[in-house]
Design a protein. Structure first.
Ligand SMILES: Cc1ncc(C[n+]2csc(CCOP(=O)(O)OP(=O)(O)O)c2C)c(N)n1
Ligand code: SF4
Lengths: 393, 272
């Protein structure tokens, strides 16, 4: 039933979109995402999907058109990167507040300035507080799988939130990878038919959307979004289990690699997790007890799962491919450290910011991190909490 | 390149990224010749761009330059002009940059008549992101996003600029370089908002998608379809289809925005 193919990350995402066959896709080109919609528009052109494809004049319009289409009751997608996501910012908040299950891949790319087109996570990390669910993908396979699951997560009645599916720009988006694609029928059945409960084109039950909402109800509506995020944790896990049944590939909120008996762990997102797993294998062969934790969901943030997974380790390094300028390290560091706080044990947690603007994360860099963790475990002392990896200083 | 033009380029930034046969270099060269002919001091010129193949031009030019975000060159340039009204501010922009994502900035810069010169590299397509149609892609033309031909109607940018309030409006092509240089000189010399639209070629995307042949062929098309404003007046609407009307469409002196602003400040602070 399964089918092994060689596709780039962008092709894999476009392939998933084809099989999902959304009603509306509105998009604007930007490197390194452009190919996703380019490939997809070929499917539209060839009549392989029933989608209305809307080529708009900016990303602000792309997300606005997506909000319009989703409000009207359509299964809707868009896609972007970097500056495009930054320009969407205003409308992303509206999409989540209006509880519209828009699914949108983001091929992660550094934000300007300086102008740069290569991978880091500053685009996605700029929207961690926007009320969208954020899934991350290690490789083309996960990007493909996440897209398909994202539809079910977004549209779940307990959730109804947009889902951003992240994949590393160029590293994953443009590199050829071997993956298994499901057959069309399986995907079709898995995502099912979208039946929104309330939508604008339901002329028999007219509703109004996007209304003014002052101090009388705004707060309650925000709280409902939080409740939806809380509910999303279970939904992400349930959908992951169901997806395993059709694909054989398990998905949860986090993935752990050789963590059970580990003394030291690194926590990282997206493609870097693949590099770290390779280094872990090498170091394990030398007798070091090391492991990897890869959050798959970053919003909602899997606090319990992360603290449970890390409670046995002695030292952890969180690797962030984005800055916060808080002067206390990257965005994931803050959240992971908070997750571990309640354990009240003496796990040493340090941070490395790496790979900004596409700077390569070399295997030696990951090895260096484990060696430094090893020092910390041996000495019991942490010299520097926030560190920069692969940086010329 | 003539020796005396070398001083306008950042030699260490060359060679440029443009494809063989791209028209962007011709426009950039024409702009440098116009500046040279006007004998302007490099230090009094600031060149601003958005994002796109065309917007890479300032990176190669040895002036005060500012490379900004997609579509926003004019918004940044407005700030520069306000802070330093004595500077000559020139914006270089693509048809996508200027009329799609940045279209709003363009009409309002025209409307205010702020003293900025805008050079539009109109290759009728988004070059940098591989050939999507822009608001300047002719109706019926092909693009990666218009496999059956574009159904959108394209802007006539000169009419748009004129109607929006620009006080100097002209068009030329990358084939008609002497005319282009002259029009650029007049635009830069003009006080108020000036716009020169340049019919440009993108052999890599627009050319290939529309089967226009080699860059030389595309240049020949520009040569053969360009027609002066005077000659165009004598033609019917049908006869004008596919023609590129070139020349000066509008040249008027009207109150300039930063000067009007200064006057208002003086009035508010001085006269009670
Ligand atoms: C906010 C944002 N969206 C999208 C892009 C991607 N992008 C870069 S250049 C470009 C189009 C450029 O076309 P045009 O202005 O016509 O210039 P050309 O490349 O043809 O010279 C696009 C869509 C971007 N840089 N920023
Ligand atoms: S893609 Fe087109 S516009 Fe860009 S450099 Fe090549 S020919 Fe010029």
């Amino acid at each position: 039933m399964n089918n092994r193919v060689a596709l780039t990350g962008n092709e894999a995402v476009a392939q998933a979109m084809k099989q999902i066959n959304p009603d509306v896709v509105a998009a604007y080109p930007i490197t390194p995402q452009t190919e996703i919609v380019q490939f997809f528009s070929n499917f539209v052109n060839n009549g392989q999907v029933d989608t209305e494809f809307v080529a708009v004049e900016s990303e602000h319009s792309a997300m606005s058109a997506a909000v319009g289409a989703a409000s009207a009751g359509a299964r809707t997608m868009t896609a972007t990167s970097s500056q495009g996501l930054a320009l969407m910012f205003e409308v992303v908040y509206i999409a989540s507040a209006m509880r519209l299950p828009i699914v949108f891949p983001v091929a992660n790319r550094a934000l300007s300035g300086p102008i740069n087109i290569h991978c880091d996570h500053s685009d996605a990390m700029g929207l961690t507080n926007s009320g969208v669910i954020q899934l991350f993908s290690e490789n083309a396979q996960e990007a493909y799988d996440n897209m398909i699951q994202a539809v079910r997560i977004a549209e779940h009645p307990d959730v109804l939130l947009p889902v951003m599916v992240n994949l590393d720009g160029f590293i994953t988006s443009h590199a050829l990878d071997i993956l298994e694609v499901l057959d069309d029928e399986t995907v079709k059945n898995f995502v099912g038919i979208y039946n929104p409960e309330e939508f604008l084109l339901d002329v028999k039950n007219p509703i109004s959307m996007g209304n003014l909402d002052m101090y009388d109800f705004y707060f309650e509506h925000r709280r409902q979004q939080v409740a939806a995020m809380e509910a999303a944790k279970k939904v992400i896990e349930d959908v992951g289990k169901e997806f395993e049944k059709v694909s054989g590939r398990p998905y949860g909120l986090i993935e752990t690699y050789k963590l059970d008996d580990a003394d030291m762990a690194v926590v990282l997102l997206n493609s870097a997790a693949g590099s770290a797993k390779g280094v872990v294998d090498e170091l394990r062969a030398k007798g070091m007890k090391v492991g990897v934790l890869k959050p798959r969901a970053f919003r909602p943030f899997p606090f319990e799962e992360i603290s449970t997974a890390l409670k046995g380790v002695k030292a952890v390094a969180v690797l962030d491919r984005a800055e916060t300028f808080s002067t206390l390290g990257g965005p994931m560091f803050a959240d992971v450290r908070a997750a571990l706080y309640d354990l009240k044990n003496d796990i040493k947690v340090i941070n490395y910011v790496y790979g900004l603007g596409g700077r390569d994360l070399r295997l030696e860099d990951v090895e260096q991190v484990f060696n430094e963790l090893d020092e910390i475990v041996k000495s019991g002392k942490t010299d520097k909490v926030v560190n920069y990896l692969g940086l010329r200083e | 390149m003539r020796k005396e033009l070398e001083k306008y380029f950042r030699a260490n930034r060359l060679p440029h990224i443009w494809c063989p046969g791209c028209g962007h270099g011709i426009i950039t060269g024409a702009l440098m010749r116009a500046i040279d002919n006007l004998k302007l001091d490099k230090k009094n010129i600031c060149i601003v761009s958005g994002i796109g193949c065309s917007s890479r031009a300032p990176g190669y030019l040895d002036f005060y330059t500012l490379h900004t975000t997609h579509g926003r060159g004019l918004a940044f340039a407005t700030g520069i002009k306000f802070a330093k009204p004595d500077l000559k501010v020139i914006v270089v922009t693509g048809d996508g940059d200027c009329t799609a994502i940045g279209g709003n900035h363009f009409i309002h810069a025209c409307r205010r008549n702020i003293d900025i010169t805008t050079i539009v590299f109109n290759n009728n397509i988004y070059g940098m992101t591989s050939g999507q149609y822009s608001p300047m892609t002719p109706k019926g033309a092909y693009a990666t996003t218009a496999p059956y031909g574009n159904i959108d109607r394209n802007f006539d940018l000169c009419k748009l600029a004129d109607a929006a309030g620009a006080t100097y409006v002209a068009r030329s092509t990358v084939y008609h370089v002497p005319q282009l240089i002259k029009l650029m000189e007049k635009a830069i010399d003009h006080k108020g908002f000036s716009m020169v639209e340049v019919a440009d070629i993108c052999p890599t995307y627009f050319g290939r998608k529309n089967k226009l042949g080699s860059p030389v062929k595309m240049m020949e098309v520009l040569r053969d379809s360009a027609i002066s404003i005077k000659a165009a007046e004598k033609l019917s609407k049908e006869e004008l289809v596919g023609k590129i009307i070139t020349g000066e469409f509008h040249n008027e002196i009207a109150p300039e925005y930063t000067e009007e602003y200064e006057k208002t400040i003086e009035k508010a602070q001085g006269g009670c």
